[in-house]
Design a binder for this molecule. Structure first.
Ligand code: NAD
Length: 359
């Protein structure tokens, strides 16, 4: 399947992370050289060592994408044909209080990489970047009378009064159709990444693929990072036979997409450059799940006590998130294959192999 990669050099920034490791399992042995550049952030990799999930054929360069020297050193001996940009600070709630950290890695890190490509006269055959559902914020909603509206961001006063929803129903977001309106600094930096990449790639004629991912879950997800991965957080609590605390009224919804499906979309994108030089796709399972449902599924798995609704809330949290995956199916010939129950049980099996500290 991947014959076309045999002569390709692939650079994956953030390549030692959750998605990067899973991607390495599919591509590292298939291409000429596969180089993962990753600073091994302590929040994600508390032991700061090469993850066992990173394929043995992947070369790991432990370095920070924001440092020009990272690229001076690397590009002196490695010229990537394909760049997959995954490196990012990913704490949605955290980003509101540590915005500089998010801006630095996500925005500056990307521009430093692009400058280094220019300086070394490297015009890759394709750049791919994983953007996020977070760029939509609350996205578009529909009133009972059919009118579509953009509610913007829930205010602190609205959340404090317990009015969780707007008046209407949230619609699945669609790249190119749904207006972006990030409600977190993280989301804003992901949107900035998209815009920066579009300007650069269009100017130099470098084909670009942007994939806006919904909530990715599955084996290999950092069980240590307290700021991402609600499925992992719930799993850790349930495994410890603790009650899962649900914010708001427990009816917050997300699209949980299994890691293998996300990697499949990435691999298909790597293998087949966008026909017109650019594509931007939503990647999710296409299904919507409430947090109370997912907490119950995970709780049942471990025989944990019932979850409880605390009515607490987090500023910047989006009430509902889902997307339309029709364009990805058509453009990539891709289809999510996993089912939530199976995916959750594979994640539980993975977590049982990890030595976790107290939750
Ligand atoms: N996992 C999800 O649910 C999800 C959803 C939407 C978008 N995304 C995007 O996908 C990408 C990968 O996410 P992930 O889930 O694998 O996260 P992750 O935290 O597991 O991986 C990110 C990796 O980037 C590295 N990194 C961070 N800052 C860096 C820097 N300055 N220099 C070098 N390396 C750095 C980290 O050490 C980590 O290994 C990110 O861009 C994220 O925004 C993920």
């Amino acid at each position: 399947m991947t014959n076309s990669l045999q002569n390709k050099n692939i650079l994956v920034t953030g390549g030692a992370g959750f998605i990067g490791c899973a991607l390495s399992q599919r591509l590292a042995a298939e291409c000429k050289r596969y180089v993962a550049v990753d600073s091994l952030l302590a929040q994600v990799h508390p032991q700061q060592i090469r993850p066992t999930d990173l394929h043995a054929a992947a070369e790991l360069v432990v370095a920070d994408v924001t440092q020009p020297k990272t690229w001076t050193d690397l590009f002196a001996e490695f010229r990537p044909d394909i760049v997959v940009h995954l490196a990012a600070e990913t704490g949605t709630g955290q980003s509101l209080k540590q915005s500089t950290m998010h801006g630095r890695s996500n925005v500056l890190g990307l521009t430093v990489l692009l400058d280094a490509l220019s300086k070394n006269e490297i015009e890759p055959e394709q750049i791919l970047c994983t953007s996020s559902r977070a760029v939509y914020g609350e996205g578009a909603w529909q009133k009972e009378n059919g009118e579509i509206f953009y509610p913007g961001q829930r205010t602190n006063a609205q959340l404090a009064s317990g009015k969780w929803d707007f008046d209407g129903v949230s619609l699945p977001s669609t790249f190119g159709d749904t207006r972006e309106n990030p409600t977190s600094v993280y989301g804003a930096t992901k949107l900035a990444q998209e815009n920066i990449l579009k300007s650069w790639s269009f100017s130099f004629g470098v084909p670009l693929t942007l994939l806006r991912l919904q909530n990715v879950y599955g084996p290999g997800q950092s069980p240590f990072n307290p700021y991402t991965g609600i499925v992992v957080l719930f799993s850790r609590l349930a495994r410890a036979k603790k009650k899962v605390e649900l914010y708001e009224d427990g009816l917050v919804t997300r699209d949980f997409v299994y890691i293998d499906d996300v990697v499949d979309a990435l691999v298909k994108s790597v293998l087949q450059s966008p026909a017109n030089g650019y594509r931007a796709l939503d990647i999710g399972s296409g299904e919507v799940t409430t947090l109370i449902d997912i907490a119950q599924k995970i709780g049942n798995f471990h025989g944990a006590p019932e979850s409880f609704i605390s009515g607490k809330y987090r500023n910047g949290d989006v009430r509902h998130s889902s997307c339309n995956i029709a364009a990805a199916k058509q453009e990539l010939g891709w289809q999510p294959e996993s089912n939530l129950d199976k995916g959750l049980s594979l994640l539980q099996a993975y977590l049982s192999t990890v030595n976790l500290v107290e939750v």
